[in-house]
Design a protein around this ligand. Structure first.
Ligand code: NDP
Ligand code: MG
Length: 392
């Protein structure tokens, strides 16, 4: 039987890796919908190759090009934010949520409401709407399959063991391009060096998040939601080799871990074939050749984003959403050359301080309006904080 699948964020790094697996197993999948934002030519090429029922492009400027390229193809197309949400709403057995940032929230929620499984890469959606998203999934009987490599590893290491027997989980982090850099060097970091991730090839936003380690901060929050754990039972371990992706410590002293080459197609294949397994063309893991696996404690002085994320989650309410949206704005400002590397975390911290003063930690975050307001609040505050930083 074929699996009907949708890929939200089809033109991105995760979308591409997902469709690579589908391409290699074409007869097992029927593509329902593919979405993108601005890369219209890439979306057209994917549409003509995978013949989905429909494609949607967030950016309305691509309408004419889509119209001419897909005329007579039998593939429905539409543009605009609502079109992406409508595409996510089409019935599918499995949806890859791989839009980057909080922009993925509405489409991911729409997909959750149609009941097929959600392969979740878009961690920002979960960070800003954890309770709402998981409640929606529970209400519609939607299974969430973690795609983030660490969370996928933890899900595999948890398997059918009782949660009660888990002492803690450990998310590994490569440490990013500045793992061994001094604070002074990080202060001078260029966009190019910050984007040059040592082990993973990813989109620009998550690459910068990896360099600041905000990615790991977001992942702590993601893990707390996905595995229903308090944040002090989620640890981070720097592991520059990126071979061990996540570990679970059990009450009897056993540790279970998942290992693999740093290739996102492995966790995606796990989610795509779940509960079975599918073959994926991954470079063989030669542990004898690697020889040594290194582990280090993270340095929260050079990487304050870890502390900020933990504190935001512990404070509760809308603070995680503010952390996320302020970070999105600050990362974009860094990528555009408006602020320095260390100012990303400074900006986020300023926004979180203000949000606490304004009582956002008291918000319930159980409805979309509150999630959206907290997200907008973080963006507005970050805009102000950036102006102050740029004037200084
Ligand atoms: P990319 O930047 O490579 O791709 C993002 C995708 O989202 C593109 O298809 C893009 O369209 C689309 N998109 C961006 N903005 C919008 C919008 N406003 N509306 C609709 N679609 C939009 O990101 P990645 O693939 O690297 O990451 C995707 C998600 O997966 C992120 O949340 C990231 O944190 C997570 N993730 C990624 C990993 C990786 O290895 N890359 C690992 C673990 C998690 P277009 O191409 O047209 O701009
Ligand atoms: Mg990850």
């Amino acid at each position: 039987m074929t699996k009907r699948i949708t890929v939200l964020g089809a033109t991105g790094s995760i979308g591409e890796a997902t469709l690579d697996l589908v391409r290699a197993n074409r007869d097992q999948f029927e593509v329902v919908a593919l979405t993108a934002n601005t890369r219209v030519e890439d979306l057209i090429a994917l549409a003509l190759e995978f013949r989905p029922q429909c494609v949607a492009l967030g950016d309305t400027q691509g309408a004419d090009r889509l119209a001419s390229a897909l005329a007579g193809s039998g593939i429905d197309w539409a543009v605009g934010e609502e079109a992406v949400i409508d595409a996510a709403r089409r019935p599918a057995d499995w949806t890859m949520a791989a839009i980057v940032g909080a922009a993925g929230l509405k489409p991911t929620l729409a997909a959750a409401e149609q009941g097929g499984a959600i392969a979740l890469a878009n961690k920002e959606a979960l960070v800003c709407s954890g309770v709402l998203f998981l409640d929606t999934c529970a209400r519609f009987g939607t299974r969430v399959l973690p795609v983030d490599s660490e969370h996928n590893a933890i899900a595999q290491a948890l398997a059918n063991n009782r949660r009660h027997d888990v002492r803690k989980i450990v998310l590994t982090a490569s440490g990013g391009p500045f793992r061994s850099s001094s604070l002074a060097e990080m202060g001078q970091a260029s966009v190019e060096t910050a984007l040059a991730h040592p082990t993973w090839s990813m989109g620009a936003k998550i690459s910068i998040d990896s360099a600041t380690m905000m990615n790991k901060g977001l992942e702590i929050i993601e893990a707390c939601h996905l595995f229903d754990l308090e944040h002090n039972r989620v640890e981070v371990l720097v592991h520059p080799d990126s071979i061990v992706h996540g570990l679970v410590e059990y009450c009897d002293g056993s540790w279970l871990a998942q290992l693999g080459s740093p290739d996102m197609r492995t966790p995606i294949a796990h989610a795509l074939a779940f509960p079975q397994r599918m073959a994926a063309d991954i470079a063989p893991l030669d542990l004898a050749k690697i020889g040594t696996l290194r582990f280090e404690a993270p340095d929260e002085l050079r990487f304050p984003a870890l502390r900020l994320a933990r504190d935001a989650f512990a404070a509760g309410g809308g603070l995680a959403a503010v952390l996320n949206s302020a970070n999105e704005v600050a990362v974009a400002a860094f990528l555009n050359g408006h602020i320095g590397f260390l100012e990303i975390a400074q900006c986020v911290e300023t926004c979180l301080d203000q949000a606490t003063k304004d009582g956002l930690n008291q918000w319930s975050m159980t409805c979309f309006e509150e999630v959206f307001s907290a997200d907008t609040y973080g963006r507005d505050q970050a805009g102000r904080a950036l102006q102050a930083l740029m004037r200084a």
